[in-house]
Design a protein around this ligand. Structure first.
Ligand code: SF4
Length: 218
C-alpha cells in the first residue's frame, strides 16, 4: 500500500467555534460552518469543500484533455451542488455538476467533454466503492496498528508497512482474505500455522503475540 501523498492533509480544530485550520503540502486555509450550523462562515464548510473538489477536478481534467487535443476552448465554468435523496430506505447523496462552455463549441465536442468530465478522478472516487478508515492515537503515538485476535493469539497489522506482496493471502487464504472487510480471521487456522505465516511477511507489516504472554489490550 502506498499513500498518494507523502504528507497527509492535517486539520486542527481552533478555539473559535467551528473554525479549523487545514494544512496541505503548500499552505493552509480555514474551514468553518455557516451561522445556521453554529459557525461563523470564515471558510468553506466540509460539503462545500467536497463540491469544490468535484468542480476543480472537472475543470482540470477538461483542461488537460482540451490541451492534449489542441482544441480552442479557452473558457469553461463548472458549478456543483448536492442534495440527499431517499431511495429504498437508503439515503443517497446526488451531486449535480453543470458545465458551461463560455466559448463556441460543436455538439460532438460538447458530448465528448461531458463524457470526459464524468470520468474525472474525483468522480471515480465518489462513484466507485470507497471506504474511510478511522484510526485513533494518543498524543505521541503515530503508528497505525490494527489487531485481530481470539482468546489465544492476536495478529497485528500495520497497514503503512504492507507492501501487498500477496504472500499471506495466497499462502494462507483461510486466515488472510483481502476481499472481506475484516481481512484477518484468526479462527481460520491453528495459532501455529498463523505464526508460521506471519513470520513470512516480508515487510514486517504482520506481527503476532500470544495473549497469555502479553499485557497488550484491545
Ligand atoms: S505478507 Fe505482509 S506485506 Fe505481504 S500482503 Fe501480507 S501483510 Fe502485506
Amino acid at each position: 500500500m502506498q499513500y498518494k501523498f507523502k504528507e497527509p492533509v492535517l486539520g486542527r480544530s481552533n478555539i473559535e467555534k467551528y473554525q479549523c485550520t487545514i494544512e496541505w503540502r503548500n499552505g493552509r486555509f480555514i474551514a468553518d460552518e455557516p451561522p445556521a450550523s453554529g459557525g461563523k462562515d470564515t471558510g468553506p464548510d466540509p460539503h462545500t469543500l467536497l463540491l469544490s473538489s468535484v468542480v476543480s477536478c472537472t475543470l482540470i481534467t477538461l483542461r488537460m484533455y482540451i490541451d492534449r487535443k489542441g482544441w480552442d476552448i479557452p473558457n469553461i465554468a463548472v458549478n456543483g451542488n448536492l442534495y440527499a435523496d431517499a431511495k429504498d430506505g437508503k439515503t443517497i447523496t446526488v451531486i449535480d455538476r453543470d458545465i458551461l462552455f463560455l466559448s463556441p463549441i460543436d455538439d460532438e465536442r460538447k458530448l465528448r467533454l461531458q463524457e470526459i468530465a464524468s470520468r474525472c478522478p474525483i468522480s471515480k472516487i465518489l462513484e466507485n466503492e470507497s471506504r474511510v478508515r478511522t484510526f485513533v492515537f494518543r498524543d505521541g503515538e503515530t503508528e497505525k496498528k490494527i489487531k485481530y485476535g481470539n482468546e489465544e493469539i492476536t495478529v497485528v497489522w500495520k497497514p503503512e508497512f504492507c507492501q501487498h506482496s500477496t504472500r499471506c493471502f495466497t499462502q494462507l487464504p483461510d486466515v488472510f482474505n483481502p476481499k472481506v472487510r475484516k481481512w484477518v480471521n484468526v479462527n481460520g487456522a491453528s495459532p501455529e500455522k498463523i505464526i508460521e505465516q506471519v513470520k513470512k511477511c516480508p515487510s514486517g507489516a504482520l506481527t503476532f503475540f500470544l495473549n497469555k504472554d502479553s499485557n497488550e489490550s484491545e
